[in-house]
Design a protein around this ligand. Structure first.
Ligand SMILES: Cc1cc2nc3c(=O)[nH]c(=O)nc-3n(C[C@H](O)[C@H](O)[C@H](O)COP(=O)(O)O)c2cc1C
Length: 343
């Protein structure tokens, strides 16, 4: 099979298996963390604001669409639906890995077309840390410019690279490559996991390198060790996928670790965020923004109306949590910081 066909097959497999129930860990934040109820909120419902004023992105919703792969059969259609709904609702949209655009001119067209149709949508570029090894920073920055993105996301996925048949688990020296990329890229850079989260020790190592944000993308939702295990034909990879099916720092653990540190970057929350209450818990634990991947994709695969309906539900739930904690906005909820582990 040619490299291009292999790429397309991998992306189609990822979409298929990532949408299966068995790849979702289903560890809800609201089963683990509680917020304090305010019986006497000194607020009216209409005063509550679910949007934030972000120093880089301007006025945006607290929730955003987490990076999801393009390059599969229906991706132009589905990504157009995501872009339309994000534009309408002022939500950031993380595009999926742009790896293929590094070598395939035709692949560059998809997001250009979408951006022409939805000029107001704010996009976040995406590339895997492995690509920093083989490509100059100028090539990586081209990806950002090509889709007029607001910032670059670099994703980390050590477990996935090990379990994936064609994975590249070569992470030696990657922190230096990330630093170099931040120094040489004239746009904000965000670092994210893909469902296994960050420990306190790893977060400490990321201080002082100039990141805009770390998106914890913790254990709790889509699990790429599981997805790659379902795809693999090799027994040792399949069995390792089962053994590591519960591997990762949960989103709650990652947010707690971050809250105990004096960090010089924003913390974003994702990984198993499924409701507006999960969003509120994330914000109370210190997250500036909160991403969802799988639920947005499931709805976008159905229709634009289904996705818009889901977004409205999510915002209504988040607004309810703001009201019932007596918080007029996300900033107030973070300042209150009234969260605790469920006993
Ligand atoms: C279909 C699909 C494709 C994804 N592709 C990417 C990707 O290309 N780059 C990336 O950084 N993360 C990717 N992710 C990971 C998500 O951004 C996110 O970190 C992870 O799925 C956890 O969020 P969730 O539990 O809400 O799905 C993908 C997730 C899904 C479901």
């Amino acid at each position: 099979m040619s490299e291009l066909n292999l790429f397309e097959k991998r992306k189609a497999d990822h979409m298929k298996y990532a949408m299966e129930k068995a790849s979702d860990v289903s560890l809800n934040l609201s089963d683990q963390i509680q917020l304090s109820h305010e019986a006497l909120p000194d607020l009216n419902w209409d005063q509550i604001q679910t949007r934030v004023q972000h120093p880089i992105f301007g006025e945006i919703e607290t929730c955003f669409v987490s990076s999801m792969t393009g390059g599969f059969e229906k991706s132009l259609e589905v990504n157009s639906i995501l872009a339309g709904v994000c534009e309408k609702n002022q939500m950031l949209l993380g595009v999926g890995s742009q790896r293929r655009e590094l070598t395939d001119e035709a692949a560059k067209k998809e997001w250009q077309l979408i951006k022409e149709k939805h000029p107001q949508v704010k996009l976040l570029s995406n590339i895997g840390v492995s690509q920093l090894k083989d490509h100059k920073t100028s090539e990586i920055y081209e990806l950002v410019k090509n889709i007029q993105a607001e910032a670059l996301i670099i994703h980390l996925n050590p477990l996935q690279e090990v379990i994936q048949d064609e994975g590249t688990p070569q992470f030696l020296g990657t922190l230096d490559l990330i630093k170099k990329c931040i120094d040489e890229t004239p746009c904000p850079v965000i670092l994210k996991e893909t469902g296994c989260g960050f420990s306190k020790a790893t977060l400490e190592r990321l201080k002082g390198i100039g990141l805009l944000a770390v998106d914890v993308a913790g254990f709790g939702g889509t699990h790429w060790g599981r997805v790659e295990g379902m795809r693999s034909d090799e027994n040792h990879r399949k069995s390792a996928s089962g053994v590591f099916a519960h591997w990762g720092m949960s989103t709650a653990q990652s947010l707690e670790a971050a809250s105990a540190l004096d960090l010089d970057f924003e913390i974003w929350s994702s990984g198993g965020i499924r409701t507006g209450l999960d969003v509120a818990i994330s914000v109370a634990m210190g997250a500036t923004l909160c991403g969802l991947a799988r639920p947005f994709m499931q709805n976008a695969l159905e229709s634009s109306e289904a996705l818009q309906g889901f977004v409205e539900e999510l915002h209504f739930q988040y607004k309810t949590a703001l009201f019932c904690t007596g918080s007029k906005d996300s900033q107030t909820l973070t300042e209150k910081g009234q969260w605790q582990w469920v006993k």
